[in-house]
Design a protein around this ligand. Sequence first.
Ligand SMILES: [Zn+2]
Length: 483
Amino acid sequence: MATLFAKVETVLGMEVHAELLTQSKMFCGCSTQFGAPPNSQCCPVCLGLPGSLPVPNRAAVEHVLRTALALNCRINWRSIFHRKNYFYPDLPKAYQISQYDVPIGVDGYLDVRLDGEVKRIRIRRVHLEEDTGKLFHIEAATSFVDYNRSGVPLMEVVSEPDIYSAEEARAYLRALRLVLVWIGASDGKMEQGSLRCEPNISIRPAGTTELGTKVELKNLNSFQSVYQGVAYEVERQTQALARGEELVQETRRWDEERLITAPMRTKEYAHDYRYFPEPDLVPLEFDAPWIERLRAGLPELPEARYARYVRDYGLSEYEASLLIERDQPQVSDFFDAALRAYGGDPKRVSNWMQSDFLRLFNAAGEDWPAVKVRPEHLAAMLKLQDKGQISGKIAKEVFEVMWTTGKPPEQIVQERGLQVIGTEEDLAPIIDQVLAQHPAVVESIRKGEEGKFNFLVGQVMRATRGKADPGLVNRMLRERIAG
Ligand SMILES: [Zn+2]
């Protein structure tokens, strides 16, 4: 068996469905709000009643265009909708409006980082369709259907079979999800079903190029289930071939509880769906100004930003990923803005971001709108520290107050009397008092017990509540002890 394992390789393509972040549905004005009472967000269009006519949602079209641009796709200037015909209780029209041979975006790629290496995964297509309703199987022979999801704008991103392991599949999904969340096309909430993944998995003898029999895993909705489902399926197929069984092209589901895949149905082929151009909709036609406006509105994407931090700022891969790999691009926007305002060592800004900023941000539930501290205030605080006006210990206190109040650091230092005691005049009485309180310590330092010196420094820092300049304290103590 072991020898056989060594002789096969895994080939995967991924289909990812993302519900798009729009207020209203794809072809009608119904709300897309998640969690409303069943069947409360429906109308004749999304229920497929006779005589109703669809009108495309411009925001949804633009989300798909932006995604296609972010994934380096070529845009089809004239793109059309097709009907995909099949009967299912969650599909009241008995067809889904989708795209077939002229999708909005084609031939792109996504760079995915795994174990420090970047792998380019080609994107075959990005297209727009509508979601189906949702079935609830309550008990044997009883199902309910909720049409609130029926007609919600849905985007499908299909990769080429460029993925070769469960780890790569998971890394691809993470990278794609981050792009979709950053550009605002999707909320990426896999647990709510707004991002779902369907890997097509096949194995083949190592070194050959023809694809093996494809098995599609349906509706995986977490990174873990993608990883586990793919790993399971690779092993199942490998063992089946070892036993001399023939694999069938089929759709299987992942059983989260038993951690196995189980057959759902034999896989349909395109001709099963009797695709034909949607007669109720005119083609989508794009022009260069429209596309260029959308392209110009895209943020700097996660992978580009990551590369910039490592290459230009000398951040470690770990430091860069802490700033980038989160659903709020605002965190790295903040870092960039603070660094611009500070103008000093990027590592210093990054250290504050990673320690105090992210600790407080995570503790507050990663709620970006609630963040009060401003990037220019972090920069100003670092400058106060550089000029020796506050100590490192005080800076931590100032940052916490900036975090809770949004006040600028100068004001906080002023109001709380946190300035460093920086003049010899101010420090002299305090130092003299500490020396007077510890004559025995002074005596032993004079006899060469150098280890006790830091005790005196500590006493002065305590007496000044951390506001003394440690360098000055050292010098003044030395002078007096020597004197
Ligand atoms: Zn509707």
